[in-house]
Ligand binder design. Sequence first.
Ligand code: SMG
Ligand code: MG
Length: 366
Amino acid sequence: VKITGVELRRIAMPLVAPFRTSFGTETARDVLLVRVVTPEAEGWGECVAMSEPHYSPEYVDGAADVIRRFLLPALPPALDAEAVGRALEPVKGHRMAKAALETAVLDAQLRAAGESFGRFLGAARTRVPCGVSVGIMDTIPQLLDAVAGYLDEGYVRIKLKIEPGWDVEPVRAVRERFGDDVLLQVDANAAYTLADAPRLAKLDAFDLLLVEQPLANDDLVQHARLARLLRTPICLDESIESAAHAAAAIELGSCSIVNIKPGRLGGYLEARRVHDLCRAHGVAVWCGGMLETGLGRAANVALAALPGFTLPGDTSGSRRYYATDVTEPFELADGHLRVPSGPGLGVEPLPEVLAEVTTATEWIAL
Ligand SMILES: CSCC[C@@H](NC(=O)CCC(=O)O)C(=O)O
Ligand SMILES: [Mg+2]
């Protein structure tokens, strides 16, 4: 089956509330969607790149450009996601852009074959336990109210964004208010340096599941040195962009847990490779999030159902970020999300919602 063409569509998704991290505050997502069209089936991919290159070097306008100018001309005509991955290798980096295109091809391929993402990837469960990521807030009371709300919604794990000046106190306040049994972890988005080790070691008192990406994205060696100074396990996110990075991090002792994000890794095939590698080394993984709409969320939930995903992920319900999702909303049920079982992603954009949020669309015939 030959790919007829590809649509690049931009949608504006306002967030229900500002989401503040150590690298900035998000109030809306400008999302690039990729739709691959063949006579037999269509497929969707969501690019997780943000508007500005503050999480990683990619940004959404750049992703659209690299897809248009370099990835589409290299795209093999057949619906074969493995072949796409190989064909795009000559382009260095741009993993989020590659992931969006590969996922759209994979979705079309699986819809044509009548196979779900979960079944294709090797899901071992029909539902996954859900954690939630909580941003930096102006005050501790505001944070405690937010955490109380999420626990009421049924989330089984709380992740707090931290940065220097907002770390030990909020963690202590959450422990004091909600007790020692709540599964609790923190994410620094690379806001610290090795000089902050004594400060980070204070978090050891709170029995956290992990501390995520405390140091710079490109520094596996310093993370290995920090790991020897902390009791709390280190989890890497931004630092792991490939299975090779995961192997190096495990070898060096830079982390003992990995946050798997398909967009950061170049797609769901590489994400599964990282899962398989970590599992072989006894390294726990969980599914991270990039504020995906229901399209990316559907694929993430399927991935999170693989056997090595032994920690709750940032696979929250749609309402965590969006008042209206572009797909039927993902709703928490008893702290879990069900893995879609339909062909491909198992979800589709709702035409009227998609039309409403679309800010641009571009058709590229192949
Ligand atoms: C705007 S922050 C995006 C990256 C961040 N993602 C989250 O905290 C979870 C977001 C989500 O729930 O999708 C991370 O570093 O893990
Ligand atoms: Mg993170």
